[in-house]
Ligand binder design. Structure first.
Ligand SMILES: [Zn+2]
Length: 171
């Protein structure tokens, strides 16, 4: 179920009262479905927070919604709105990059552990990969997807090797 706009309400009103709402400068005028309306007593328009329904004969918002067969909250703009807490969804390319970066760091550390010489380029690419991994994890943290966040962290821990080799090669 999604939010209803002034247009949706107009269609509902028309299906119930058999008369299409008439557009005016601010919105629409329609037959009120909540009372036996011979005139057009219902004003329908989009407000800042949602659809405004106003019956000049005094029908309550709740009763008009009931007559239309809709839940009142569906007329508000924030109905079902999850944009306030956006979820971070990495793209396929990003996930692949993540796997690749994890491997770059992993193999760099492995080579270090075996005391293998590494050139400047390998060192640089490992630092860049680490940087991207940090950014990736930060974006994940900001998002709501806590489960995936945990998976990323356990994966990083798993791939992280002891810095022994690196320390040895520096001395
Ligand atoms: Zn009314």
């Amino acid at each position: 179920m999604s939010r209803l706009t002034a247009n949706d309400i107009c269609l509902l009103v028309e299906s119930i009262t058999g008369k299409a709402p008439r557009k005016n400068e601010r919105g629409y005028l329609a037959r009120c479905p909540a009372h036996d309306d011979k005139a057009e007593s219902l004003s329908i328009r989009e407000g800042d927070k949602g659809v405004l329904l106003n019956c000049f004969q005094g029908c309550r918002f709740k009763d008009i919604c009931h007559a239309l067969g809709v839940e009142p909250q569906r007329l508000f703009k924030d109905y079902g709105d999850t944009s306030k807490t956006p979820e971070y969804r990495p793209s396929k390319a990003e996930r692949e990059r993540f796997e690749e970066d994890t491997l770059i760091v992993y193999f760099y550390n492995e080579r270090n552990n075996y005391g293998m010489e590494q050139d400047e380029e390998e060192h640089k690419s490992k630092l860049a990969a680490e940087e991207r991994l940090r950014a990736y994890v930060q974006r994940e943290t900001k998002g709501k997807d806590k489960a995936r966040h945990r998976a990323v962290h356990s994966k990083r821990r798993h791939h992280k090797t002891t810095p022994k080799g690196r320390e040895r090669s520096r001395r």
